[in-house]
Design a protein. Structure first.
Length: 240
């Protein structure tokens, strides 16, 4: 089975379950999550990651800036006031980001990148997570994607990411449904989607056919699509 990213959720839900309450509903892809065009976004790393790792992440992330009126400013490590605050001391499979300005805890990291250079999906993962950091949501949740999800298979797939103890928590069933809504199902609340559905978007999951009711599937996208570039330039227009 292809690995399917499950971001912003498993790590946070585990912390949530320990606190014995569930995640609150969040709005994503709305204008209030966007930064101001022309804004400089500070980027800092928690801990003391190797300089080569920081540079590899920044090199991949700045591909967005060729099409967006924004600037990244690399700050000293452990500056939690940075708009993008990255944790790299994490399992390779744990990669997640807040959406744009959404930040429930000002002292917590806004992004986790456990993946390391040398992994074949390092660059696409960094691009995907920084897309979230700039306010983009998952492309496969586009209302026009029409993905025929096998929800029982999706539930089984997502639940398998948790321990038996976590699955036995009374709050887990509700949390599981919320994870699926947040990561897989079409977005139903008002958004600014104005462009066509794009299966080639860097914001699209790789989806195995076993999670759908037909032969529908999608593969990894390794670079920004034309629509990604067009959409980010609409949000953060570059002055002529």
């Amino acid at each position: 089975m292809k690995h399917i990213l499950l971001e912003k959720t498993v790590h946070q839900v585990r912390k949530t379950l320990r606190r014995k309450h569930t995640l609150s509903t969040r709005s994503i892809g709305l204008p209030e999550t966007f930064w101001a065009p022309g804004q400089t976004l500070g980027v800092s790393f928690r801990g003391a990651p190797e300089e080569s790792l920081k540079q590899a992440i920044m090199s991949a992330a700045t591909q967005w800036l060729d099409h967006a009126n924004l600037t990244f400013e690399l700050r000293e490590d452990n500056d939690s006031s940075a708009e993008i605050y990255i944790e790299t001391d994490a399992p390779e499979t744990l990669n997640q980001s807040n959406y744009g300005k959404y930040r429930p805890d000002p002292d917590d990291e806004t992004m986790t990148l456990g993946i390391k250079p040398g992994h074949p999906r390092f660059e696409l993962t960094v691009l995907h997570e920084f897309g979230h950091a700039l306010g983009l949501y998952h492309e496969h949740q586009h209302p026009e994607a029409n993905i025929p999800w096998d929800l029982d298979a999706v539930r089984e797939y997502v639940a398998a990411k948790f321990t038996q103890e976590e699955r036995e928590d009374p709050a887990f069933a509700e949390t599981l449904e919320r994870l699926i809504r947040q990561n897989y199902l079409p977005i139903t609340y008002e958004t600014i989607i104005t462009l066509r559905y794009d299966k080639e978007s860097i914001m699209h999951y790789a989806i195995d056919q076993s999670l759908t009711l037909t032969d529908w599937s999608s593969d990894w996208n390794f670079q920004l699509s034309d629509k990604d570039k067009q959409f980010i330039s609409m949000i953060y227009p570059i002055p002529e």
